[in-house]
Design a protein around this ligand. Structure first.
Ligand code: TRP
Length: 334
């Protein structure tokens, strides 16, 4: 049979915190499902993390943990290229070149830059400003067709498209112009204690980490914000009942039940029945992942084989694009 060339998919998550349920249901589950259909590259965006101060030992540990967790979540390192961004120098190299094809004004308009510089007033560094350029390099190096990201990263994929088109306009078809794949609203998980905001490690009480023990998970769900409805409790209303809607979304995603089925299941029952049911569904899903990740994290030799092989496979693809770019802009080649 003739082999049809698969479309390429690429995405990454910063190892700036431990992976949580939002990363899992919003991103990694979907990545794993695409393994067969696409040529997939998934990485730890460790270069991006240092735009905000990191503890070096912690960063090292989290990067390795994240790799173990990717694998435990079902990303097979044989079928996906899993790598650490900092181990592929082409990311930094292309980033410099693209900096010279990105306008100051474009970067100034990035909402993430505005938010982050607001939050880290004492460290508004140039890396924070050029963050989207590094991200463009991440994507364009691999000639990715699709980039699955959350809504908050859409603007970064759009600027990547602009940079690619600008560069191609000058030098011919060097880069594939990527298409963002925005997770459906259903895949967006909000914080259990702050259901207006997406689940985030910076609000640990409302954040379920992949490595949380079952009792910790149960406790977090027990404290999840709902509301004081006394009559019919479990029904879907994202506006008026964001906390309940979020729990229903989690439950629905894990069990495959529709909102209607869930409403029926908890008819005449209160949150005292509903919350533990959601907690159990989460515990059931995360327990094997946690166990597998804990096993893998002890196998340092295996993990280092995986990242070495990943860096090699990624570099092969990335360096081809980089050398094309170097040639186009007029650098001499050895
Ligand atoms: N900026 C992304 C985030 O914070 C992470 C990221 C870095 C990324 N490089 C990427 C995502 C390239 C997709 C493609 O979520």
């Amino acid at each position: 049979m003739e082999e049809v060339k698969k479309k390429r998919m690429l995405s990454g998550i910063q190892p700036s915190g431990d992976l949580h349920l939002g990363n899992y249901l919003g991103a990694i589950v979907n990545w794993a499902e695409r393994t067969e259909e696409y040529d997939c590259f998934y990485f730890m965006a460790d270069l991006h993390t240092i735009t905000v101060r990191q503890d070096p030992a912690e960063l090292r540990k989290r990067s390795l943990n994240q790799l173990a967790q990717y694998i435990a979540c079902g990303l097979d390192p044989e079928k996906n290229v899993l790598f650490l961004q900092s181990m592929v120098p082409a990311h930094s190299q292309l980033s410099w070149v693209l900096n010279c094809y990105t306008m100051f004004g474009e970067l100034q308009r990035m909402t993430q830059f505005k938010d982050k510089s607001e939050k880290h007033r004492d460290n508004i560094n140039a890396g924070l400003f050029t963050y989207p350029v590094l991200m463009a390099a991440d994507i364009l190096l691999y000639q990715a067709d699709f980039v699955p990201v959350g809504e908050d990263q859409k603007q970064h994929v759009e600027i990547t498209r602009d940079i690619a088109e600008r560069f191609n306009g000058i030098y011919g078809d060097v880069f594939k112009v990527p298409t963002p794949l925005i997770a459906k609203t259903g895949a967006r998980i909000y914080g259990l204690s702050t259901p207006e905001d997406k689940m985030s490690k910076s609000v640990p009480d409302g954040c379920v980490f992949l490595m949380d023990e079952p009792d910790v998970i149960r406790k977090k769900f027990k404290r999840a914000v709902t509301d004081s409805d006394t009559g019919r409790c479990v029904y879907y209303d994202r506006e008026k009942k964001p906390g309940v809607a979020n729990l229903m979304n989690i439950y629905s995603t894990l069990t495959g039940k529709t909102y209607e089925e869930i409403e029926k299941e908890f008819e005449g029952k209160g949150y005292g029945d509903f919350k533990p049911a959601v907690a159990e569904a989460v515990v059931e899903k995360l327990t094997p992942i946690r166990e597998e990740a804990s096993r893998l994290i002890k196998d340092k030799a295996y993990l280092s084989d995986v990242y070495k092989q990943g860096a090699e496979r990624a570099s092969y693809v990335a360096n081809r694009t980089l050398s094309k770019v170097y040639k186009k802009v007029g650098f001499l080649q050895i």
